[in-house]
Design a protein around this ligand. Structure first.
Ligand code: OXD
Ligand code: MN
Length: 661
């Protein structure tokens, strides 16, 4: 079991500053009077010690305390341009940042949890013992900031005062990282002491890109100290490896929820968006999807967009499920962002007004950014993540180099997104979540939408996400299990996380239970018998509006559904009506293809999941019971109808209940 403050505090051990007097003396010696004064307003002793130790260890030429004031925020932007970490683009407020060609995604092979002897971690994660990590950090981070300015920022992961909001320090030599933090997180310099006191803890992140040369990349590391809630990141710049307020701290939040917030809190890789139902009612939905699977696009389908990546959930006193977005901006993948599928985001990106940091896209001779799938005409040449680029340029393996990297991104504040509901997103009470979805890139197995019959089945939907690998992790390939789409960020054993999920969604305290659903809009024509159609999708991504719309109605019991062994699926007439609302025909033939059960595929999926979970220790028996029930129901269907079961047959079976469901 995880224990906080156990073992040596690496930062303190390396630098040796242990009293407030020593910290203050160091500030006097190392910071100019302005920044000494800024630090003087902070009273949290632990935070001051962290900052002092980080300064002492990294040894910068100067320190810049970012109070979040307009002047400080502007200065960070300017310094990023002066330093060259970003360059200006044609549109006012837009800049471009490039990461090294071989650091275009999360470096999972160099990302480790720092653990104490005997502590367990997820079998899917890498770990390093505390002593080794101490040696590594000492060797590589001592003096790493020489010749640079070290930036110190005070942020909150969530609206100030929200039960699930967590304050965090970002300490970095990278102007790009601090600039990104200003866009993506709430600066709480003035409320930091109060927030840290309210919660009794805060996260600390220490980063330096060092010389940022390709030859240093093998030494790059992302370390997350689970006991001291501190991250160390070095020799890298990609925000997924460096802006550890995001996924580094999300990992700590997952730990806190799993081990200390049981039956009270969850920390999820989910968007939050508000759907508008009949009579204008607002219904909030939180949805998990692995990185690079269209989470941002789905989030923006709602009329009231709250967040596109992370959600902190908790059970409120009144028994409702509440959610906040720990962030206030998006670090979104731009590939395939175009006017048709992402109108709000496109407006922010292509029309003047927003502040945008672009990363790893193509910049043409007019200093305009372009990316693959933007629905516009492409330039024939320009500059991108690997240097000069021209159409047809090949890499060393003779493969054409894409115009933009598949994981190229835009960083933009949510306030520039037309459907962002800032007032609601900033409300510390959070929004009530009535619909939870889980999805992945699944080309051939699950239907577009299905709803769990009870919380246990819902937890199992989350546990069973499978998805094709995307370009968000360096070196990832193939179709993989992606439990809750959160697996890359679950530090402890999956069994512990799963237990926390069962406890949360079955809790008696949770009086208004959300509906829990699977979503899959990656089903291909080919997988449903369409010859020669390659990987063309069966339906369109934008149909997600309808799947979510149906779930919105289902959450209130406004629509009936067809019971199947894996949960409830929609009736054709209801979907047809919802498609009509978005001005689309919905042929019965398409419905029949999308919702027919390819039983062997689903059973194969269950077998695969079960096999993998049986390899792990302490997985709750409930998971296997659910798989068993579902398998039996599916086998009975197959025995009666063969391997492909039509919706009519599913209806007939549900009516007769001749076989166990
Ligand atoms: C992200 C990711 O950047 O999950 O959100 O990779
Ligand atoms: Mn993500």
């Amino acid at each position: 079991m995880l224990e906080l403050n156990k073992g040596i505090d690496i930062l303190a051990e390396i630098s040796g500053i242990s009293t407030l007097d020593e910290a203050e003396a160091l500030f006097e010696a190392r910071c100019d009077p302005k920044n000494v004064a800024k630090l003087g307003r902070i009273t949290n002793e632990q935070a001051l010690l962290k900052i002092a130790n980080a300064i002492s260890m990294t040894d910068p030429d100067a320190v810049f305390v970012n109070t979040g004031s307009d002047v400080d925020v502007q200065r960070v932007r300017e310094m990023s341009l002066e330093k060259g970490e970003e360059q200006p683009l044609a549109m006012k407020g837009h800049t471009i940042h490039f990461d090294l060609a071989l650091e275009q995604a999360r470096i999972i092979d160099r990302t480790f949890y720092i653990v104490n002897e005997g502590e367990e971690t997820s079998v899917l994660a890498k770990r390093i013992l505390r002593d080794e990590a101490y040696e590594y950090v000492k060797t590589h981070m001592m003096g790493i900031a020489k010749g640079k300015t070290l930036f110190v920022g005070f942020f909150s992961r969530g609206p100030i005062g929200a039960q699930a909001a967590i304050p965090a320090l970002e300490i970095t030599t990278s102007t790009y990282v601090m600039h990104s933090a200003n866009i993506l997180y709430r600066n709480v310099y003035h409320q930091f002491d109060e927030e840290a006191k309210r919660l009794g803890l805060f996260f600390t992140n220490v980063h330096s890109e060092g010389p940022n040369k390709p030859e240093d990349l093998p030494n790059a590391r992302v370390f997350m100290d689970r006991s001291w809630l501190t991250t160390f990141s070095m020799f890298c710049t990609y925000a997924g490896n460096t802006l550890l307020l995001k996924k580094g701290n999300h990992r700590f939040a997952v730990d806190l929820a799993t081990y200390y917030g049981k039956e009270r809190e969850l920390s999820e890789h989910m968007f939050i968006t508000g759907l508008t139902g009949p009579g204008g009612r607002k219904t909030f939905c939180a949805g998990a999807a692995p990185s690079g699977c269209g989470k941002t696009t789905t989030a923006m389908v709602g009329a009231d967009f709250i967040g596109d990546d992370l959600a902190q959930l908790w059970i409120a006193e009144d028994g409702t499920l509440r959610g906040i977005n720990p962030e206030k901006g998006i670090f979104g993948i731009v590939r395939d962002v175009n006017r048709e599928s992402d109108p709000y985001l496109m407006k922010a990106l292509r029309e003047e007004g927003a502040e945008v940091i672009w990363s790893n896209v193509l910049i043409d001779e007019n200093r305009v950014p372009y990316w693959v799938g933007n629905g516009e005409e492409y330039p024939k040449r320009g500059f991108n993540f690997q240097g000069e680029w021209w159409e047809g340029k090949m890499d060393g393996d003779g493969e054409p180099i894409p115009l933009s990297h598949p994981n190229s991104r835009c960083t933009v504040a949510n306030t520039f997104i037309g459907n962002y509901n800032e007032a609601v997103a900033e409300d510390p009470r959070g929004v009530e979540i009535k619909v939870i979805t889980y999805s992945g890139r699944d080309s051939d197995t699950m239907p577009p939408v299905w709803v769990a019959k009870n919380p246990d089945q819902g937890v199992v939907i989350g546990a069973s996400i499978m998805s094709a690998a995307t370009k968000t992790e360096v070196g990832a390939e193939g179709v993989r299990r992606q439990p809750w789409a959160n697996e890359p960020f679950i530090p402890g054993p999956l069994a512990d996380y799963m237990n926390a999920q069962f406890a949360f969604f079955n809790s008696d305290k949770l009086k208004s239970k959300p509906i829990m659903a699977g979503l899959n809009y990656f089903l291909t024509c080919k997988a449903r018998g369409g010859d020669g159609e390659g990987s063309k999708l069966l339906g369109e991504k934008r149909d997600v509006r309808v799947w979510l719309g149906w779930l919105e109605r289902r959450a209130y019991g406004d629509v009936d559904a067809i019971e199947t062994p894996i949960g409830f699926i929609p009736k054709y007439e209801d979907l047809k009506g919802l498609f009509a609302e978005i001005g689309k025909e919905y042929p019965k033939e398409l419905y029949d293809k999308q919702f027919a059960f390819y039983v062997d595929n689903i059973i194969g999926r269950i077998d695969l999941q079960e096999g993998a979970y049986r390899e792990e220790k302490n997985i709750p028996a409930r998971l296997f019971e659910i798989y068993d029930e579902q398998r039996k129901g599916l086998e009975a269907l197959k025995a009666k109808y063969g391997p492909i079961v039509s919706v009519e047959q599913l209806i007939e079976t549900a009516k007769s209940r001749a076989i166990p469901l």
